[in-house]
Design a protein around this ligand. Structure first.
Ligand SMILES: CC(C)(COP(=O)(O)OP(=O)(O)OC[C@H]1O[C@@H](n2cnc3c(N)ncnc32)[C@H](O)[C@@H]1OP(=O)(O)O)[C@@H](O)C(=O)NCCC(=O)NCCS
Length: 145
């Protein structure tokens, strides 16, 4: 059975584990502190009690920044990423959020295709943003027409 729920601080180690096996974005300490930030929500996609995907969003007034979005490797290409993104968009629409923002590595072609499917448009670039020196591409999706 598939479900989506907001998770709390106690599960930060599970998030770290998922991240370590996917994009290795944050350390254990960074995950722990992410949960404590005001306006931050960590949401999990759960299949038969297993967390198979996670997103982290930070709401600032009427904008939502996607700080993290990932599906466990062995569950990719099965529609779970779309399921989670559709849920996120639906939640934002309910709250009258005006835009979604994110940063993605210029080398992450799969994520760029994925976000392109959701009409995220490139609005900027941060030079040498990631640990390996690659640039981040800034993308946004307007929700209110
Ligand atoms: C990006 C990511 C979340 C997609 O999740 P997913 O569950 O595999 O996505 P879906 O199966 O729902 O696929 C949705 C669309 O994404 C694109 N896509 C997904 N995987 C792809 C691949 N390997 N190659 C090309 N396009 C791909 C396709 O457009 C696909 O639509 P289609 O199936 O109609 O062709 C997943 O690959 C992931 O977790 N990547 C690592 C984390 C990451 O890079 N996050 C973003 C950093 S900001």
């Amino acid at each position: 059975m598939l479900s989506i729920k907001e998770i709390d601080h106690e599960q930060f180690e599970l998030c770290y584990e998922l991240d370590s096996n996917t994009i290795c974005l944050w350390t254990k300490n960074q995950w722990e502190s992410e949960f404590k930030k005001r306006g931050v929500k960590v949401v999990a996609l759960i299949l038969k009690k297993e967390i198979i995907g996670v997103y982290v969003v930070h709401t600032i007034i009427n904008e939502v920044q996607i700080n993290y979005f990932s599906i466990k490797k062995r569950f990719r290409r099965k529609g779970y990423g779309s399921y989670l993104m559709n849920y996120l968009i639906e939640q934002c629409e309910k709250l009258n959020i005006e835009k979604l923002l994110l940063e993605v590595s210029e080398t992450n072609s799969i994520a760029k295709v994925f976000y392109g499917k959701y009409n995220f448009l490139t609005v900027g670039r941060r030079k040498n943003y990631y640990k390996d020196g690659t640039d981040a591409v800034l993308k946004e999706k307007k929700l209110i027409k």
